[in-house]
Design a protein around this ligand. Sequence first.
Ligand code: DC
Length: 240
Amino acid sequence: MIISNPRHPRSSVFMANNKITIAVDGYSSCGKSTLSNDLAHALGYAYIDTGAMYRAVTLHCMEKGIISSTQFSVEGIVAELPHIKLAFHFNDKSEIFLNGRNVEKEIRSMEVATRVSRVSTVHEVRMQMVDQQREMGKQGGVVMDGRDIGTTVFPHAELKIFMTASEDIRIQRRKLEMESKGIKTTLEEVRKNIHQRDEDDTTRKESPLRQAEDALVLDNSNLTREQQLELALSWAKERM
Ligand code: DC
């Protein structure tokens, strides 16, 4: 796993001696990536979107014909893992590369979104992703978002944030996000996908989504982007 981050070594807004690890978990479309990206930018940290890693694995397996609307081969997915190289590159935002190809847009499609939760239940996939995530975050100075970061990947993270937002707001946000990427969808389609993923993410056997006991809850239903950043930054600074 490669991380390239031109802004990583220097802090853009806030200077502190101690580079901490910040884990951001929560349901889909709660604004985790917006907050995590803003936090990383403010602190001069790397931002790792772990959902993008599971999505990229899903995309790769779809392209290889291992996963489709009628097919799902766990053996096939596991056999492909050695052929999947993921990397993040950072400029203004974090972008994921699959075997050298920028797939940041493709991994946001509805086809990937409907299949990724199932792929993320495969034990070998999780082990490989978690290993890579630990490697990327081992020196601190990282904001990592996902479902199991505070519970499994970095149970000793200095700051754990569990994000929530009302369902209607989450659905609106996901629809806008998809539209901004040129992907057409309907509110109903987004609602169904979000419900299904919540159900899959919270009920899977391995590393289900749950709030870590020591996580701070951030409900951003009625917060602006600036307000949620201000709150999270104040929590981060208390822990540096
Ligand atoms: O954050 P996202 O919607 O891009 O995540 C895509 C899927 O990946 C989500 O349905 C659950 C899975 N995921 C996971 O199991 N563990 C993570 N740390 C991140 C995402």
